[in-house]
Design a protein around this ligand. Structure first.
Ligand SMILES: Nc1ncnc2c1ncn2[C@@H]1O[C@H](COP(=O)(O)OP(=O)(O)O)[C@@H](O)[C@H]1O
Ligand SMILES: CC(=O)N[C@@H](CCC(=O)OP(=O)(O)O)C(=O)O
Length: 269
């Protein structure tokens, strides 16, 4: 299947920019382009855990998740946030299908020492392809299952990059609450077009904090997995969303100006 677009919508947006996302998915559908939506929900999880007296730290951008906490995470992601996105897309006439922990599409194992915090070990790409071949848009919640059916809380950026790699997607587009990846956060110096090598150097230099650590890691994993380009953009900016979904990823087109575009290597010619 050629030209798959994977979109990851961050919980940081709290639904803001939903109209731009729906419009973008509509354009892709009209052009016959298959798409998968992966959603986060970090802030909602934080609130739900707090209501239950749980305050768990993040380690390298990943939430430490106890066996009690993963129940809450599953409830929020698979029973609240996932159906909300599916309903929003369907209300706009888009054929969205929810993919949650009940489907076992995301396979996971524990991150060492982090209990029910997971990392992706595999994606049931045949299931996702099957849905797309029917014309559906899979909407994937970032909860993974191990071989015994145990549930794991997986960072949604990592799920999006694994889905992108498993489907040999053309692009993965990360919608978040900042205009892109800042090379220097305090000076708000944005990276417009960059390569995996440069991003890795910045990661190793410690330029990224909090949720940007898994996001940059996910960008690198997606590109190493064969995805042609990754974009990190402000999901509230309709022009940025439209451009990231349609900008050419091959050749030396005009520089991407609406956020950050990352490729494995610089284009030559
Ligand atoms: N160098 C950086 N460039 C951009 N954002 C950064 C950087 N370092 C840290 N961040 C933080 O990363 C956040 C986005 O990650 P995250 O909160 O996980 O969002 P999402 O829910 O969209 O995945 C931004 O709001 C910003 O505060
Ligand atoms: C292990 C881990 O950190 N899981 C994330 C899952 C949700 C997520 O990734 O949401 P965002 O995209 O909004 O950050 C969490 O618990 O917040």
């Amino acid at each position: 299947m050629r030209g798959v677009v994977v979109i990851k919508v961050g919980g940081s947006l709290r639904g803001a920019g939903g109209d731009a996302l729906v419009a973008g998915l509509g354009e892709l559908a009209a052009a016959g382009r298959p798409a998968v939506l992966v959603h986060g929900g970090g802030p909602r999880i934080t609130e739900a855990l707090k209501e239950r007296g749980m305050d768990l730290p993040f380690v390298g951008g990943h939430r430490l998740t106890t066996p009690e906490a993963v129940e809450v995470v599953d409830e929020v992601l698979c029973r609240q946030v996932n159906p909300a996105w599916v309903n929003a897309l369907r209300a706009a006439g888009l054929p969205a299908v929810g993919v949650t922990s009940a489907d076992g599409v995301v396979r996971a194992e524990p991150m060492p020492g982090l209990q029910r915090t997971g990392q992706v070990t595999g994606i049931d790409h045949a299931r996702l392809r099957g849905l797309m071949m029917q014309g559906s848009i899979p909407v994937v919640a970032p909860v993974g299952l191990d071989a015994a059916g145990g549930r794991y809380n997986v960072n949604a950026d990592l799920v999006a990059s694994a889905v992108g790699g498993a489907l040999a997607a053309e692009r993965v587009v990360f919608l978040t609450d900042v205009p892109g990846i800042y090379e220097d956060f305090s000076a708000r110096r944005l990276l417009h077009e960059t390569t995996a090598g440069r991003l890795l150097r910045l990661l190793e230099e410690g330029r990224f904090t909090a949720g940007m650590i898994p996001k940059v890691t996910a960008v690198l994993t997606a590109l190493e997995g064969g995805v042609q380009a990754a974009f990190v953009i402000d999901g509230r900016d309709p022009l940025a969303v439209a451009c990231a979904l349609t900008a050419p990823v091959e050749g030396t087109a005009a520089p991407f100006a609406h956020g950050t575009m990352v490729k494995l290597e610089e284009a030559v010619g």
